[in-house]
Design a protein around this ligand. Structure first.
Ligand code: NAD
Ligand code: UDP
Length: 314
């Protein structure tokens, strides 16, 4: 059935892939963004499609759009971006989510909130299951994002309990792919660009900290399955359970780009989580979902994308 679907943060990295996928399934898509951490370019190729509408709007301001479903993704996502203006990050995570929940209630739409593995902070349980409450520093430099997203989750379950809003929460673990912002400082974009440019690969700390990297198409598939669930299962982790060290990722980036870049060490940012890996049993059971794209395949596509960017810059 054709639906009318709102994607907030739709011009961003994840949002643009989601819009593209929803259009390919025949839906109408309203893409809402204030372009704080993205460019029109990410969705320019969709503008000719009459089922696609691009709206410039800040989610911290209320609005109403008649839609059947809302994917609420709008929020700066990388540590560099979300720490640049922490108050704005909290406002976006909290007021933005409040406004989108109000809209969902008003127009009777199902809403999916993009939460994050950061709600687990620097986790003391490993791998992280959804029933783990986390280990978050409420006053550290990551707090604006971590606590903002935790509050967004609390708002979401409260709207569901109090007003019967049909809400779904996905906790997204590190995801990568084409259209990651080249200046957002995330590890995959940094390493690939550094390797392609022959610049030193900047490993923060000793590189023994771990992350688990999910390719964007796998994640988008998980989003749709989550939205399609008729019962609210509570928060669900979406991510790739294949855990690797940051040094390992640096070596993969060098190998797949045939780069001569050297590895250099830089100070570890404050409160940088030591280990992160999702337990995805809940997603496997409820959504029949698990990632399919290997790191070589996903990194290959990401490298192709950044090669074009580097070539354009001359
Ligand atoms: P992104 O920065 O590429 O996309 C975020 C989008 O939201 C951008 O287009 C930005 O302009 C927009 N935006 C920011 N503030 C806004 C506001 N106030 N009003 C309207 N639009 C606004 O980041 P992304 O990686 O695509 O992340 C999307 C969502 O997924 C975020 O909510 C993020 O917290 C969550 N997430 C992403 C990851 C990941 O690894 N990519 C991991 C965990 C959670
Ligand atoms: N990192 C790194 N070099 C970089 C960028 C990031 O070593 O150039 C590390 C960072 O310290 C963290 C991991 O890579 O341990 C993932 O960082 P990212 O900012 O991508 O996401 P996070 O999971 O920390 O939000």
């Amino acid at each position: 059935m054709r639906k009318r679907i709102l994607v907030t943060g739709g011009a961003g990295f994840l949002g643009s892939h989601l819009c593209e996928h929803l259009l390919s399934l025949g839906h109408e898509v309203v893409c809402l963004d204030n372009f704080f951490t993205s460019q029109r370019r990410n969705v320019e190729h969709l503008l000719d499609d009459h089922r696609f509408e691009l709206v410039r709007h800040d989610v911290t301001e209320p609005l109403t759009v008649e839609v059947d479903e809302i994917y609420h993704l709008a929020c700066p996502a990388s540590p560099v971006h979300y720490q640049r203006n922490p108050v704005r990050t909290i406002r976006t995570a909290v007021h933005g989510t409040l406004n989108m929940l109000d809209m969902a209630r008003e127009v009777d739409a199902r809403i999916m909130i993009a939460s994050t593995s950061e709600v687990y902070g620097d986790p003391q349980e490993h791998p992280q299951k959804e029933d783990y409450w986390g280990h978050v520093n409420p006053t550290g430099p990551r707090a604006c994002y971590d606590e903002g997203k935790r509050c967004a989750e609390s708002l979401t379950v409260s709207y569901a309990r109090q007003y019967g809003v049909e809400a779904r929460i996905v906790r997204i673990f590190n995801t990568y792919g084409p259209r990651m912002h080249e200046n957002d400082g995330r590890v995959v974009s940094n390493f690939v660009l550094q390797a392609l440019r022959g610049e030193p690969i900047t490993i923060y700390g000793d590189g023994q900290q771990t992350r688990s990297f999910c390719y964007v198409s796998d994640l988008v598939d998980g989003f749709l399955r989550m939205m399609a669930l008729e019962e609210d299962p509570g928060p669900v982790n979406l991510g790739n359970p294949s855990e690797r060290t940051i040094r390992d990722l640096a070596e993969i980036s060098i190998r797949l780009t045939d780069s001569r870049s050297e590895l250099v060490n830089r100070p570890l940012p404050v409160d940088d989580p030591t280990r992160r890996c999702p337990n995805i049993d809940r997603a496997k059971r409820l959504l029949e979902w698990e990632p399919r794209v290997t790191i070589e395949e996903g990194m290959g596509k990401t490298i192709d994308y950044f090669r074009t960017i580097v070539a354009e810059q001359g």
